[in-house]
Design a protein around this ligand. Structure first.
Ligand code: PMP
Length: 394
């Protein structure tokens, strides 16, 4: 049987990590893999997470199964974190999932179950896993223009022109904030126009929000998701706790299905639970319990928010330093977009050869499409990167 299997393409980011490890230049800089790193290059366990874990260790009396939707306290806390009071809780069906990826996967499966002919519109570019899961599920993908490599911003005209091709029942996948891989985001006026286009066509928005708190702040980063949820008849939201709680390996996510028609709640909730049952039965609980412990305790929540804000501001500081350094070295504003971008990533917008030259000549590792993880930098390495960018003729 196994001899019938075909080789799977190697993961480009994991390959890059291997190459980085094997590079013995002491000045090498890793801007590849998408985890937050502090100035010492460490991905720390957040203080509130440690405290919540201690509390769980001491107080938890059973590890019996939770429910197919996960622990209800986690669902409630996360719905409130993401959606605030934009929609009534009774209009939100929600299940815990293994990470944001699990939520994305379950969302696609729900779409396919409800409407096998649905096409999924995705930004060009998008997180590569969106594309590979859609392909694996045999779903039709239509890409819409998103990034303008001349300006480093959103190609909004192109995006709106491509959304004109929407038909009723199509799904539009949008990044709630901190677009991965580009770092370029819609402003609120643009979000409103996108919502109007989807509504006019009868298309359903699906929002992937994996970086709430990494862009302009916890509330600001959720503003677009909340606007969409309050404006459209139905939408799907896949949320991840990996980044903003720093619990990557605990696999903690939530899938929400919002419907203005509360008569649809029970059947939607039942279908989400069914999908969990088919794919892995009960979702993981530890990370979810850490999150609900933090969000429901005033002290832990305040400490988590303070540490998350420090993380956000440190990345913003690095962006501003990098843009200023490049302005100084190039004598132009053509890199100013780096300070406008939000989240952990920025797409530099240079060619594959230039990315390769940065690696070969300077030991700087970024993904082949020129996506840089800003958190891979610190105050000392920013000028080194800026000089390498200019020296490489970018
Ligand atoms: N969506 C996007 C856009 C992401 O960048 C990520 C993390 N790389 C995820 C979803 C999901 O991450 P996880 O499964 O680790 O929670």
């Amino acid at each position: 049987m196994f001899n019938a299997l075909k080789e799977q393409p190697a993961d480009k980011i994991l390959m890059l990590m291997e190459m980085f490890k094997a590079d013995d230049r002491p000045t090498k800089i890793d801007l590849g893999v998408g985890v937050y790193k502090n100035a010492e290059g460490v991905t720390p366990v957040m203080r509130a997470v440690k405290a919540a874990e201690k509390r769980i260790l001491e107080e938890q009396e059973t590890k019996a199964y939770t429910g197919l939707a996960g622990d209800p306290a986690y669902g409630d806390a996360m719905v409130s974190l993401v959606l605030g009071d934009a929609v009534a809780r009774s209009n939100v069906a929600a299940v815990a999932t293994p990470g944001g990826t699990g939520a994305v996967r379950q969302a696609f499966e729900l779409i396919r179950m409800a409407n096998p002919g649905a096409r999924v519109f995705v930004s060009d570019p998008t997180w590569p896993n969106h594309l590979s899961i859609l392909k694996y599920l045999g779903m039709e993908v239509v890409s819409y223009r998103y990034f303008d490599s001349e300006t480093g911003g959103v190609d909004f005209g192109g995006m709106m022109a491509d959304l004109k091709g929407l038909r009723a029942g199509d799904v539009v996948l949008l990044h709630g904030c901190c677009h991965n891989p580009t770092g370029a985001n819609l402003n609120m006026t643009e979000w409103k126009a996108v919502i109007a286009a989807m509504t006019a066509a009868g298309a359903v928005p699906m929002i992937d929000i994996a970086y709430q708190g990494f862009g302009d702040g916890l509330e600001a980063d959720a503003a677009a998701v909340r606007l969409v949820a309050a404006s459209v008849p139905e939408c799907l939201i896949a949320a991840s706790c990996s980044k903003n709680f720093g619990i990557y390996r605990e696999r903690t996510g939530l899938l929400m299905a919002v419907a203005q028609d509360s008569g649809l709640h029970a059947v939607t909730q039942g279908n989400l639970a069914f999908l969990n049952r088919q794919n892995y039965s009960f979702p993981p609980d530890h990370g979810a319990r850490v999150v609900s412990t933090i969000l429901t305790d005033d002290g832990l929540r305040a400490d988590w928010m303070a540490e998350l804000e420090d993380v956000r501001l440190s990345m913003l500081g690095l962006r501003e330093q990098l843009a200023a350094e490049l302005q100084r070295l190039s004598g132009s504003d053509r890199f100013a977009f780096l300070a406008q971008h939000r989240g952990m990533f920025s797409r530099l917008g240079c060619s594959g050869e230039q990315v390769e030259a940065l690696r070969r000549d300077h030991g700087i590792y970024m993904v082949g499409d020129s996506r840089m993880n800003i958190a891979g930098l610190n105050k000392t390495t920013v000028p080194i990167l800026a000089k390498a960018i200019i020296d490489s003729g970018i």
